[in-house]
Design a protein around this ligand. Structure first.
Ligand SMILES: Cc1ncc(COP(=O)(O)O)c(C=O)c1O
Length: 383
């Protein structure tokens, strides 16, 4: 082994000792309580048929995009889709990126300028962290959903001359399933002249009659500088889009490297996005099913003792276990009973705050949820 590989090997060994070594496993046949496919669209037969019908309407085969969006990768269908999405998301303009990760790195790397300040909630997604690290602006975290801490930081940086302040939050937090106090955050941003960016990855599709997400469903969208929607979760496909003003979108087309220097998505992905939004609007019962399942889960665990269920009214439900080994064992026992649940270990979360993240879906049956909860109640007393 050469010196470089030895160094890498040592780091991997350290991970193993700490109990957080990662390895790829094929999708399991266990009951799905871990995927982000909240509405079951990634496995929806009718949606698949509709996508195939749309593909067959094309006069010639369309597999790869053949180039980046600025070169050969913008099929007319994509422009129509962006107009369609701008309408659904009630925005002046919309731009699709290949993934939420690329989009989030792009927006924070591209829009805030050298003298600007980025204030991020401490629990924002890794992709937004990556974006802020690429930015020339200064960046700081405020405590999770802590309005006092946010205001303190807004006050501090408001006094800096010639700078713009950006506040970055998620509407539904991916790791905790809680919802940001958006009306209050919007008020603070207005008061201090800050620009708000909201990542709606985990609310896309599951709120609003057309799946338009949390902000619009609460009529909060008007005062938000940019909203980010992803299509790999409840939409069951791939890709992401940003909505905002025409100038914002034109700026990204011209300056966002993660948009410019990559091959566009294949047409199939764009068709999937359009057909999925149509499917949600025509089958609103899917959202109703999901919310019914969330209530069922929470009711079944209302007498949970020894461990805590985090307060959440979204499909993301968190069991606070604590300790890498204890959390892994808890998850393993549930997996042995046939449930696909995943532990979230330190250093992904702080040491001592390890959790099991359970994702509920419209397609989980009442019996599956009842059985899962029955096992959680037993294990909570045993482990
Ligand atoms: C909050 C949040 N934003 C962005 C992303 C990235 O989206 P994508 O999976 O489309 O890259 C994720 C994915 O896990 C996420 O949870």
């Amino acid at each position: 082994m050469n010196q470089l590989l030895e160094t890498l090997h040592e780091k991997l060994q350290k991970r193993k000792q700490e109990g957080n070594f990662r390895a790829l496993k094929p999708q399991s046949s266990l009951v799905d309580f871990s995927s982000n496919d909240y509405l079951g669209l990634a496995r929806n037969e009718i949606l698949q048929i509709n996508i195939e019908k749309e593909l067959q309407k094309l006069p010639q085969p369309h597999l790869g995009a053949t180039g980046s969006r600025l070169l050969s990768g913008t099929h007319p269908y994509v422009l129509e889709l962006e107009t369609f999405l701008a309408k659904i998301f009630q925005a002046e303009a919309c731009l699709i990126f290949n993934s939420g990760y690329q989009l989030n790195t792009a927006i924070l790397a591209t829009i805030p300028q050298k003298n600007d300040v980025i204030l991020c909630d401490e629990l924002i997604h890794a992709s937004l962290r990556e974006g802020k690290n690429l930015s020339l602006a200064q960046s700081y975290y405020f405590r999770h959903s802590d309005l006092e801490d946010l205001e303190k930081k807004l006050q501090k940086f408001q006094e800096k001359p010639h700078s713009h302040i950006f506040v970055v939050v998620e509407s539904v937090y991916s790791m905790d399933g809680d919802i940001a106090p958006l009306p209050e955050i919007i008020n603070l941003c207005k008061q201090y002249g800050a620009y708000l960016i909201v990542d709606e990855a985990h609310s896309t599709g599951i709120y609003g009659k057309q799946g338009e997400g949390y902000c619009i469903s609460q009529n909060l969208h008007q005062d938000i500088f940019a909203r980010i929607y992803t299509f790999g979760k409840a939409i069951g496909g791939h890709g992401a889009c940003i909505t905002g003003s025409k100038i914002l979108i034109e700026y990204l087309i011209n300056f966002a490297r993660a948009f410019i220097y990559t091959t566009a998505l294949p047409l199939h992905s764009y068709i999937h996005i359009r057909k999925a939004f149509e499917h949600i609007a025509e089958n609103i019962y899917l959202q109703e099913n999901l919310y019914q399942k969330i209530t069922l889960f929470k009711t079944a665990l209302q007498n949970l003792s020894h461990i805590q269920l985090k307060e959440s009214f979204t499909p993301i439900q968190i069991l606070k276990i604590g300790g890498n080994e204890r959390t892994k064992l808890f998850a393993q026992k549930l997996q042995e009973k046939g449930f696909d649940v995943r532990p979230v270990l330190s250093p992904t979360v702080k040491a001592g705050e390890e959790i099991i993240r359970i994702c509920l879906h419209a397609f989980n049956t009442e019996q599956e949820i009842a059985e899962l909860c029955r096992n959680i109640l037993i294990l909570a007393k045993e482990i």
